[in-house]
Write a new protein. Structure first.
Length: 75
């Protein structure tokens, strides 16, 4: 498992947080239990199986629902 940390645009409301969480969870290979969107920090943390997906797919899922990812890193 790899861990991704996404720095998001400033989140306006808790609903934004829920939408982003849902988008990330929809990506095949993401460990749904690990998905955490931090409202105050405007960050998302997620574990994923690198043999099934990659950080770019996770970023695309967030961008597809209209949110900007300012920075993405993986460990």
């Amino acid at each position: 498992m790899k861990k991704a940390i996404l720095q998001l645009e400033t989140l306006a409301c808790p609903t934004c947080m829920q939408k982003i969480e849902g988008a990330i969870k929809s990506v095949t290979g993401v460990d749904n239990e690990s998905v955490k969107v931090l409202f105050n920090a405007s960050k998302a943390k997620v574990n994923f199986d690198a043999s099934m997906t990659n950080i770019n797919e996770i970023v695309k899922a967030v961008q597809a629902i209209g949110y900007d990812v300012l920075k993405a890193s993986e460990k």
